[in-house]
Write a protein that binds this ligand. Structure first.
Ligand SMILES: [Zn+2]
Ligand SMILES: [Zn+2]
Length: 100
């Protein structure tokens, strides 16, 4: 008949913002073991970095994607395969190579 059945549940569950890291390379979600997310952004990043994630301070990559690094000279993202350039960006690496 004409009975409304919606909106009557007495729930008091509240949702809070949760944070997790998502790989900028493949979109994989960080694995926090027993947790699916962290309650603050700092922990979400730190915990992921503890489990082999890498960052250049702009992007984050999971362990399966190429390592990210920040240039030790100019502090900018060092780009792909920075490990081959002692964690320098291409620009600083070229300068260093040209100087030596
Ligand atoms: Zn990835
Ligand atoms: Zn640099």
């Amino acid at each position: 008949m004409g009975r409304e059945g919606s909106g009557g549940d007495p729930v008091s569950v509240k949702s809070a913002p949760y944070y997790w890291l998502e790989c900028d390379g493949c979109g994989a979600k960080a694995d926090y073991g027993d947790f699916s997310a962290m309650s603050d952004e700092g922990s979400a990043v730190d915990c992921a970095l503890d489990s082999e994630w890498t960052t250049d301070c702009e992007k984050h990559h999971c362990p399966r994607c190429p390592m990210l690094a920040r240039c030790e000279v100019c502090d900018k993202p060092a780009g792909d395969e920075a490990g081959d350039r002692d964690d320098l960006c291409q620009e600083c690496w070229d300068k260093q190579e040209g100087a030596s």
